[in-house]
Design a protein around this ligand. Structure first.
Ligand code: PLP
Length: 393
């Protein structure tokens, strides 16, 4: 049965063992610090597999175990661990594979707080980071030094949405004995098959599409067995843990992730295609658009797109831009994404390898589950406000 289950079926059925045993549908929220033991033998052997057996509340309860099992299986990994945020998941994953004196390679288009972690915390610990251009591919081999331990990719890149050739990067990295980490938040396990593309450690800001309703912070890391021990050692030593209510929200979100993503993909693409034709727009940064420079790689490696993409406007005075954005009725201005609602932000991505000099303001749009015709009408009215102010200026 298991072998033939598609991911849609897995989403509905995985992580429900404890619920089924109790003749209900959803795994309950188990609040616990102390886990009790009936025998001394059980007590003295409690630390065998901290994140699977019931050891102590910090290592999780059946609620978190259910989410871990479901995520690991959906992504095709062996194990998963939960973190209090996506950023915590990133911090733990990198720390797990480096020692003082090591060197790591990180894509230049990485999530900005990850860059801050590398430049700040890792520098302090004596770990050096070199950033690489998103288009590097097999050329990454030239940047690998004898002390390079890890290659970190994030595809598509934060704010600018470049697709990286992960299979080529991973092949070169593995030849040199490096571990490959990937921030798979944008595609989720449904649209990018990390472990079949050469990734060793797949990281998710589950705050986004897994939770899916903008109401919890959560990180999830999925690994194969061979990379689990260093990760769980760091996770346990740093005291990371997730409240069972948030793990429950992660499980709850997972059940509908596939239907939500299909709609985000469809709506996002419809809005992106409309934006491409607007005279106010210089470029739309969406890899699923056929004219996008990253489209071929996206099509080769991904099976879908999310609702998040960028749009570079032609140069426009700030007050006209503010009038456009502030008057939108269906979009809120705000960080994070992956919920059912539409969001817009301006972005100023830090880049140190290839300069980022856009023709005008860069907006990041998250297209929610609203009717795309309504979203387009909202944006159209926004452009009208913008043009009116621009003409008056
Ligand atoms: C939001 C985000 C994160 C961080 O997740 P949090 O749960 O907000 O800490 C990491 N990577 C990417 C690509 C993100 O968009």
């Amino acid at each position: 049965m298991k072998k033939t289950m598609t991911k849609d079926t897995m989403l509905a059925h995985l992580g429900r063992k404890v619920a089924t045993e109790n003749r209900i549908i959803n795994t309950p929220v188990f609040h616990a610090s102390t886990i009790t033991h009936k025998t001394l033998e059980s007590w003295e052997n409690r630390n065998r597999d901290l994140y699977k057996d019931m050891a102590y509340g910090r290592y999780g309860t059946p609620t978190s175990f259910a989410l871990q099992e479901a995520m690991a299986e959906i992504e095709g990994g062996d194990r998963a661990l939960l973190y209090p945020s996506g950023m915590a998941a990133i911090a733990a994953s990198i720390l797990a594979f480096v020692n003082a004196g090591d060197h790591i390679l990180v894509c230049d288009v990485v999530y900005a707080p990850t860059r801050k972690y590398c430049d700040g915390v890792l520098t302090k610990l004596g770990v050096e980071t070199t950033y690489f251009a998103p288009g590097i591919g097999a050329g990454i081999a030239e940047l690998i030094r004898p002390n390079t331990k890890l290659v970190y990719v994030e595809s598509p890149g934060t704010h600018t949405f470049e697709i990286q050739d992960i299979p080529a990067i991973a092949e070169a990295a593995h030849k040199a004995g490096c571990v490959v980490l990937h921030d798979n938040t944008w595609a989720t396990p449904l649209y990018f098959d990390s472990f079949n593309k050469g990734v060793d450690v797949s990281i998710h800001a589950a705050t986004k599409y897994v939770v899916g309703h903008s109401d919890a912070m959560l990180g999830i890391v999925v690994t194969k067995n061979e990379h689990f021990a260093p990760l769980s050692a760091v996770t346990s030593a740093m005291g990371y843990c997730v409240a069972p209510d948030d793990a429950y929200l992660g499980l709850r979100g997972l059940r509908t992730m596939s239907v939500r993503l299909k709609q985000h993909h469809k709506n996002g693409l419809a809005v992106a295609e409309w934006l491409e034709k607007r005279p106010e727009v210089s470029r739309v940064l969406h890899p699923a658009l056929p004219g996008n420079p990253h489209h071929a790689l996206w099509k080769r490696d991904f099976t879908g797109a999310s609702g998040l993409f960028g749009v570079v406007l032609k140069d426009v005075p700030k007050p006209a831009l503010a009038a456009m954005i502030e008057g939108l009725e269906l979009f809120s201005i705000g960080a994070s994404w992956g919920g059912y609602e539409s969001l817009v932000t301006t972005c100023y991505p830090p880049r140190t390898v290839e300069a980022w000099n856009p023709e005008g303001p860069l907006l990041r749009l998250h297209i929610g589950l609203e009717d795309p015709a309504d979203i387009i009408a909202d944006l159209e009215a926004g452009f009208e406000r913008m043009n009116k102010l621009k003409a008056a200026a």
